[in-house]
Ligand binder design. Structure first.
Ligand code: FE2
Ligand code: FE2
Length: 337
């Protein structure tokens, strides 16, 4: 034994290590997430952003953002992504920049502000969903008379872990607008000009309007849906039908009055934000009751099921890292009957 200790010490001096030292006799047969499920109440998040609205100006922070921090991870909701709440008051402008992080926005309050992405301005209102993919210039202008609130989702922890993050402020604070409003809608539709490239792994910046989402929900809302996910709509890459971003998949999920889903688990993690309605999600043996404005995270490989026992539809915004797991061949799902 003394001999082995000496050998280990000798190895350490040479910056080497024997496998027998790390091996603790425990080999996990399946994933064990490093973080727990958690639910953030709207009243807490809303109070926090309102207070930030009083004390934080955009000269102090380029974005007025409150981040949801999972107590088991400290700075993010899940190991691969973050979810923030952002406020932009009337007359404010959040300056243009671009970064490796892919980002999405889901508008939860207000109408009439603009998100500018790669030279095109998108007017946004409640329920709209906007992408600002990896390395796209983006800034936010609130030229309306309403305070805007939206969720920001970013793949920041993943980019940090891979150590590939670039960031660049725009030399003008406002990026020039050179694409007429509606360009994306027309160029990236099923009828499109032949110069539009479809071979990029990154989708174009795009705005998915709530009125269109609502129309689809209405049209498919009576269908049986998915036993594990109810009625789940994906915001797909408008050019390819692929995931929202290479790292994140986003969508809107509807649980109908009285709907109870079956339980499943998967190697992707999900964060939900309750856009409208009331219900519960059972994660493992913990029950999380949610209502409008709440957000909660379902860690990877935890059984979960949803319930809407009210007589109103429940609509949730959902963001997952499934595209990442799919791309790397790490996606697995287990279903319960
Ligand atoms: Fe940004
Ligand atoms: Fe799920």
């Amino acid at each position: 034994m003394e001999e082995l200790k000496e050998f280990n010490e000798e190895l350490r001096k040479k910056n080497l290590r024997g496998f027998w030292e790390a091996y603790q006799g425990e080999v996990y047969s399946e994933p064990l997430s490093s973080y727990e499920p958690y639910l953030w109440k709207w009243s807490d998040v809303h109070d926090a952003i309102n207070k930030a609205g009083e004390v934080i100006g955009l000269e102090l922070s380029s974005r007025r953002v409150i981040r949801l921090c999972n107590p088991s991870l400290k700075t993010s909701v899940a190991h691969t992504f973050v979810l923030n709440l952002q406020m932009l008051k009337p007359g404010e402008h959040a300056v243009a920049h671009r970064h490796t992080n892919g980002a999405i926005r889901f508008v939860i309050k207000g109408r009439g502000a603009h998100v500018v992405v790669e030279g095109e301005s998108f007017e946004i209102e409640e329920g709209d969903f906007v992408t600002t993919p990896n390395w796209t210039w983006h800034d936010h202008i609130n030229d309306s008379d309403q305070t805007m609130l939206w969720l920001d989702g970013l793949d920041a922890p993943l980019v940090r872990m891979l150590q590939v993050g670039f960031h660049e402020p725009h030399k003008e604070k406002k990026q020039p607008i050179f694409r007429p409003e509606g360009s994306a809608l027309h160029e990236f539709s099923p009828i499109r000009p032949n110069w539009v490239r479809t071979d990029s792994i990154q989708p174009p910046g795009y705005c998915y309007k709530w009125k269109d989402t609502e129309r689809v929900l209405k049209s498919v809302g009576e269908r049986p849906g998915d036993p594990y996910d109810g009625i789940l709509l994906h915001y797909v890459n408008p050019l390819t039908g692929g995931p929202t971003l290479p790292t994140l998949s986003c969508g809107v999920q509807m649980f109908r009055p009285g709907e109870r889903t079956k339980s499943h688990r998967h190697t992707s993690s999900a964060v939900y934000h309750v856009f409208r309605g009331k219900g519960a999600t059972i994660i493992g043996d913990e029950r999380f009751e949610w209502e409008t404005g709440d957000s909660f995270v379902v860690p990877l490989w935890r059984f979960h099921r949803h319930e809407n026992l009210t007589d109103q539809e429940a609509l949730l915004f959902v963001m997952t890292d499934k595209p990442l797991m799919d791309a790397l061949g790490f996606y697995r799902e287990e279903r319960q009957d």
